[in-house]
Design a protein around this ligand. Sequence first.
Ligand code: FES
Length: 102
Amino acid sequence: MYHFVCNYDRLVPNIPFPTEVDERFVIITLIDNEVYCIEDVCTHDGGALGDGETEDHCIACPRHGAKFDLRTGAALTMPATEATNSFKTKVEDGKVYVSVDE
Ligand code: FES
């Protein structure tokens, strides 16, 4: 089930937008005109990723520096070894929707 998240115009390219969808903390990011959503949880020790520094399509966990791909949730560097969840998105009539169903 898709949930409305924000207007498409709210998203700034490559700037993560942390928010909550259906009681889950997520990060929405517009990259190359595609909207991506990953869970705002680091798989190393549960830190929130949303305040992390970004570079290209990656975000670094503020706690110990593990990097994740904002498009897929893949863990790119230690100390994280497992991907964080990624979720489906869609854009309709200028509005962004996310499904956090697994
Ligand atoms: S909690 Fe994210 S790198 Fe440790």
